[in-house]
Write a protein that binds this ligand. Structure first.
Ligand SMILES: C[S@@+](CC[C@H](N)C(=O)[O-])C[C@H]1O[C@@H](n2cnc3c(N)ncnc32)[C@H](O)[C@@H]1O
Length: 307
């Protein structure tokens, strides 16, 4: 007697339509306990995206595309994509090499964190009220830029500003360079290889923005494989998660214009920030899902701080 197949993708040649694939993939995500949260929060949305992307069907197509007959080549292509997603736990965005922030497409691969920052909401909705209206915004910086996505969003939001993007990882900066080129922003976005501000020329900024690594190291060890497939350097904030944030705040003191602000996304470190940086009076920005994990610190409060 033949042993039952342990290949979770065995028999997928019998799935003859995208709709059948979608149903199967949703079942597979649950059965294999796949982690979500990098580009989508439901198995349905992520699997549908992977299916349409693989078949080169536009994302805004109507449901009738789900009943079209698949060729053998298309079925094999879907099997290979879901094999990578299910067996290797490769994040969907590393398979398609793209991540979408609103209507902007960014190239991504294993060298960078998959973009999913609250700054996507904060930049268009909060920035203009947080910065002075009567002062032109000329210099802003995205520290820990990764794929460069936030530096690019900043450049688009402040069309007259010069934007610096800083990262310690030369690999991440290669990806950021691709995105800056694709978005035609090479004249205004400059990338720097630097440990926080160590190697950045001494510019004073209106805005310092950062989505740094902030997971405590022990949390990184316990992450699902999908997140472990992202660069450890992008996630690991040291023993208590605050290593990069401490350095960023210390160095920001001399990097801000008098009206300047620092905005930092800190994940679950809100209480730790309030404790350690009470003298800096962190203010927490409201985000739509109630997470409120982005804090604002002013140049005025940093000026007298001896942290
Ligand atoms: C959480 S990712 C953020 C990437 C991107 N800003 C985003 O929101 O998608 C953090 C980034 O910080 C970089 N990084 C880690 N330590 C750093 C340091 N000491 N100085 C500068 N960048 C650092 C990592 O290489 C990674 O690209």
């Amino acid at each position: 007697m033949r042993a039952p197949s342990t290949d979770p993708l065995a028999g997928t040649q019998r799935l003859t339509t995208p709709g059948a694939w979608l149903k199967f993939a949703e079942w597979l995500y649950a059965e294999q306990d796949l982690a979500l949260g990098q580009i989508a929060t439901s198995a349905h949305d992520e699997a549908l995206y992977l299916i349409l992307h693989t078949l080169e069907i536009p994302m805004d197509s109507d449901e009738s595309v789900l009943t079209q007959k698949l060729t053998t080549t298309q079925r094999s292509a879907l099997t290979e994509v879901f094999r990578r997603r299910v067996v290797e736990h490769t994040p969907a965005a590393y398979i398609t090499h793209e991540a979408w922030l609103n209507d902007l497409r960014f190239y991504v691969d294993e060298r960078v964190l998959i973009p999913r920052s609250y700054f996507l909401e904060i930049i268009p909705e909060h920035l203009d009220v947080l910065l002075p209206k009567d002062t032109p915004i000329t210099h802003v910086v995205d520290v820990c830029t990764g794929s460069g996505c936030l530096a690019i969003l900043l450049a688009k939001h402040f069309p007259k500003a010069l934007v610096d993007g800083v990262d310690l990882s030369p690999d991440a900066l290669e990806v950021a360079k691709i995105n800056v080129l694709t978005h035609k922003l090479t004249k205004r976005v400059t990338l720097h290889a630097s440990d926080v501000f160590d190697a950045v020329p001494p510019v004073k900024y209106d805005l310092i923005l950062s989505n740094p690594p902030y997971e405590p190291s022990a949390h990184c060890d316990a992450l699902p494989q999908e997140f472990k497939n992202e660069p450890r350097l992008a996630l690991d904030g040291g023993g208590d998660g605050l290593d990069i944030i401490r350095k960023l705040l210390r160095q920001s003191r001399d990097r801000l214009k008098p009206h300047g602000i620092v905005l930092i996304e800190v994940g679950g470190l809100g209480a730790a920030m309030d404790r350690e940086f009470a003298k800096l009076k962190p203010q927490w920005l409201m985000t739509a899902d109630g997470s409120n994990c982005v804090c604002l610190i002013t140049a005025a409060s940093l000026k007298h701080w001896r942290g």
